[in-house]
Structure formats: structure tokens, C-alpha cells
Design a protein around this ligand. Structure first.
Ligand SMILES: O=C(O)CCC(=O)C(=O)O
Ligand SMILES: [Fe+2]
Length: 231
């Protein structure tokens, strides 16, 4: 699978300006369909979550099992390589005593040594009426601060509604929202928990959450790539 070259500097600028970065046409429609269709292949997954049961929203998702299918694994390595310099720049800006290794394997080894051994890449499926409440994907003490999601369905054709949304909660201010327009195959990169924002006295944290508005009709598949593993 050939993936586009990522420009870390441009991604970082967009994240700091808007709270997200969009990468167009990461996957072809055929690759998107292939991944969506794998939803029915139970052996690829370690667990299935029905969102209603946890009040997460409505819809369902499954976490892939190790070994990850090759395209999912490749996307995770590709994303990590471009995002680890940003993760380190952010840790420095926020004066956190934290360093993210250059290689995903080294970061995952750290997760695994601390009991976070279960893979987190996931495939989500929504039908008419479903939605995903604003949330943060934290799965333990070790958190890689950025994550990625890829739109597998064709908005407007396969489904209506179902917008990917982010909120930013700045200290002592009301929340700001961003809706990210995504075409089939596009990726969105966004902060897991918070991002740095420059203020009058250096950098401070802006808390972030993401979610999906109600799907009005049709079916919507999304691939989520989270870099830390879960405990
Ligand atoms: O379905 C979506 O667009 C949201 C996916 C999500 O929450 C995630 O990838 O962590
Ligand atoms: Fe999420």
C-alpha cells in the first residue's frame, strides 16, 4: 500500500491553528471498502463494544487483535513516524518531563512493560440514528498525545449527517467547536487529550474532545488509529 508523504511541520501548524490536521486521500475507495467489509470477520478483532451499553452514544465498534491486518499496521507506523516529533515538541512546550521514541516499536514496548498490552486500532460502524458522544481515548497512564481517524464511507452517498466534531475547552473560557469535513479516504489527525496553545505567559493546555453527530441515514464506517495500547 502506498501512503502519501506526511509533512510534520504542516501538520503541527494546522493542529496548533485549528486543533486538527486533515490529510486528503490517504486510502483509495477500494482500500476503504476492503477495510469496511472486514467488519464482519470476527477473527480479526479482540472485542466488540456496543456503545449504548456504556452510554457512549449509539453504534458499535471493534478493536483489532494482534497481529494487526497489514494495512492497519502500516498506517499506524506511518502515522507515528510523522507525529512523534510533534508529540515531543508539545511535551517541551508544556514543560512535561516526557519523551516519545522515534520508533513506534520502542513506544509500544514502553506501553507493554507497563501492562498496556492490548491493541487499540478500531473499526467503528454507525447506522441511522447513531452518534458518538464527545470523549477522549485514554487507555492507561501511557498516552501518545495524537491520534488519527480515516473516513471509510462516502459522505453524502453512503450516509447523511454523521459529522466528525472536536471541542476545545480553554481555561476559564467557553468551549469552541470545529467540524471536520471529510471525504472518503481522508484522514483527520487530532489531539487525544489536550494541545498546547500560546498565551501571554507561555504555553497552556487546551482540553480537547472528539465525537460524531447523529447519522441521519445510511451507514458510516470509520477507522481509528490510536498509538498507545490499552491496559
Ligand atoms: O467515528 C468517528 O469519526 C470517531 C472515531 C473515534 O472516536 C476514534 O477514532 O477515536
Ligand atoms: Fe475516539
Amino acid at each position: 500500500m502506498t501512503l502519501p508523504i506526511l509533512d510534520s511541520k504542516l501538520i503541527q501548524q494546522s493542529l496548533e491553528q485549528y486543533g486538527y490536521a486533515r490529510i486528503s486521500r490517504v486510502l483509495t475507495p477500494e482500500q476503504c471498502q476492503h477495510i469496511s467489509q472486514s467488519y464482519g470477520q470476527a477473527s480479526l478483532f479482540r472485542s466488540r463494544i456496543v456503545m449504548q451499553r456504556y452510554n457512549f452514544g449509539a453504534g458499535e465498534y471493534q478493536y483489532f487483535a494482534y497481529p494487526l491486518p497489514a494495512p492497519i499496521d502500516q498506517l499506524r507506523y506511518w502515522g507515528y513516524a510523522a507525529l512523534s516529533p510533534i508529540a515531543n515538541a508539545w511535551a517541551d512546550a508544556l514543560q512535561l518531563d516526557r519523551h516519545f521514541p522515534e520508533q513506534l516499536d520502542d513506544f509500544l514496548q514502553r506501553c507493554h512493560q507497563h501492562g498496556q498490552v492490548r491493541p487499540t486500532p478500531l473499526l467503528l460502524r454507525y447506522q441511522a440514528g447513531d452518534y458518538n458522544c464527545l470523549h477522549q481515548d485514554l487507555y492507561g497512564e501511557h498516552v501518545f498525545p495524537l491520534q488519527m481517524a480515516i473516513m471509510l464511507s462516502q459522505p453524502g452517498t453512503d450516509f447523511q449527517g454523521g459529522e466528525f466534531a472536536l471541542t476545545e475547552q480553554r481555561p476559564r473560557m467557553q468551549s469552541r467547536i470545529e467540524v471536520v469535513p471529510l471525504a472518503q479516504g481522508d484522514a483527520v489527525i487530532f489531539p487525544v487529550q489536550y494541545r498546547p496553545a500560546r498565551g501571554s505567559r507561555g504555553y497552556h493546555r487546551v482540553q480537547m474532545r472528539h465525537g460524531v453527530s447523529r447519522i441521519h441515514s445510511g451507514q458510516r464506517y470509520m477507522l481509528g488509529i490510536i498509538f498507545h495500547d490499552a491496559n
